[in-house]
Design a protein around this ligand. Sequence first.
Ligand code: FES
Length: 117
Amino acid sequence: MSLHLVAQLDQLKDATPMVFTVAGRSIGLIKSNGRVHAVRNVCPHKGAPVCRGSFKGTMLPSDPGTFVFGMDDRILQCPWHGWEFDLNTGRTLCGHSNKKLVLYPVTVREGAVYVDI
Ligand code: FES
């Protein structure tokens, strides 16, 4: 693994995935609540460019007749079949698959965003 300078922090828009090519790989950076996530731009389901999906929260398990929204700023939803992934773990919320997103460690230093690939 080695650190790659990918972007300046002020280039990234809040809660908006931006895609960069790093060491020959398509990597999405997502800035949210002072944190930056780095995600390989390949859905583990069928290979969609997952970073073209939406970054959001999701509906949580709740009592009948109630709706509880949560996990704000943690969920990336694939644009092809709608699978939702938790960016803290890479796991899908679908429950029937063990497939995970590939996540990379991020370092922010003096306004520069580095990804360890
Ligand atoms: S390719 Fe992403 S959910 Fe199917």
